[in-house]
Ligand binder design. Structure first.
Ligand code: PBG
Length: 326
């Protein structure tokens, strides 16, 4: 029938130039934050088998990789430390000579303000039991005792020069206690990217290898149940009231609905963490020839941006920056 259909969405998909003209969502290297691991005592970077392409850095290789990240124009880096010794209280996380604090200083010396230097603020990498906080004598995670430890950790990380701290332990009141400690110590300009919405997710599996986590059991008494979304809005409201400068949803792809609701509800920048399991799934499928890796990477990042994240923590930050420039 001539003249039918008169409305043809395909008109705007006809050429690459036309598609580029009307695309609604852009991903830029500046939206991406690269999580990086640094292990105490290493002289060479060491591969992480469940995260192919990701390594535990030595101090030296971390400096170099941080400089490359800054040069690639990615938005920031998020540092995680892997200590050689752990104790009940995670004291190596607070010690100015602990691996994470030393690495922050290294990276600050290397790249300065050329990219945003963030550090994970949590005890799980430093405790012998692998929990994100201190334990009571009967083995429960003690919220308020943990807050005091986070306050000390925050001051140590700020003193080392981090621009942004990422409290990720899901203790109630953590953002407020960190803000107060930073302000009292004179670090009023150090910001917090709060892991406001963090689910008790099976997608963190490979991360546990990356930080050699000692955890037995799970984190269900402090991380959120995957079935909840209204609770997430409560968590972000609390964190913003306590002084969070940015809020994060984690994991990313299985929680896009949560991300959208959070982005609609708040007026601070929203980040999403594309976690280790999300990365590992795609890498494993691509290694089998089952997926076009590069296209899948860009599609997932686009989807996370479309759902409402301004910033994305992703182990593909450097690959994606290269693909976006191509
Ligand atoms: C806690 C922390 C975790 C991740 C980031 N920060 C682990 C956990 O909560 O069990 C997971 C990140 C990933 O899986 O990529 N410090």
């Amino acid at each position: 029938m001539a003249g039918y259909p008169t409305v043809r969405p395909r008109r705007l998909r006809r050429t690459p130039a036309m598609r580029r003209l009307v695309v609604e969502t852009h991903v830029e290297p500046s939206n991406l934050i690269l999580p990086m691991f640094v292990k105490e005592g290493l002289t060479e970077p060491r591969p992480i088998s469940s995260l192919p392409g990701v390594v535990q850095h030595s101090r030296e290789s971390l400096r170099k990789a941080a400089a490359e990240a800054a040069h690639a124009g990615i938005g920031g880096i998020m540092l995680f430390g892997v200590p050689t010794t752990r104790d009940e209280t995670g004291s190596a996380g607070i010690d100015p000579d602990g691996i994470l604090n030393v690495a922050i200083r290294d990276v600050v010396a290397e790249v300065g303000d050329a990219t945003v230097i963030m550090s994970d603020l949590c005890l799980d990498e430093f405790t012998s039991h692998g929990h994100c906080g201190l334990l009571t004598p009967d083995g429960a995670v003690d919220n308020d005792a943990t807050l005091a430890a986070y306050a000390s950790m925050a001051v140590a990380q700020a003193a080392a020069g981090a621009h942004v701290l990422g409290p990720s332990g899901m203790m109630d009141g953590q953002v407020g206690v960190v803000r107060r400690a930073l302000d009292e110590a004179g670090y009023t300009d150090v910001a917090q990217l709060a892991y406001a919405v963090k689910y008790a997710s099976a997608f963190y599996g490979p991360f546990r290898e990356a930080v050699e986590s000692a955890l037995v059991g799970d984190r269900k008494t402090y991380q959120q149940d995957p079935g909840n979304v209204r609770e997430s809005l409560r968590e972000v409201a609390l964190d913003i009231a306590e002084g969070a400068d940015m809020v994060m949803v984690k994991p990313a792809l299985p929680y896009l609905d949560v991300l959208t609701k959070v982005a609609e509800a708040v007026d601070v920048p929203v980040a999403a963490y594309q976690v280790s399991g999300e990365y590992a799934m795609v890498e494993a499928a691509a290694a089998n020839g089952w997926l076009d890796r590069d296209r899948v990477i860009l599609e997932t990042l686009t989807s996370i941006r479309r759902a409402g994240a301004q910033l994305i923590l992703t182990y593909w930050a450097m690959d994606a920056a290269r693909l976006l420039r191509a």
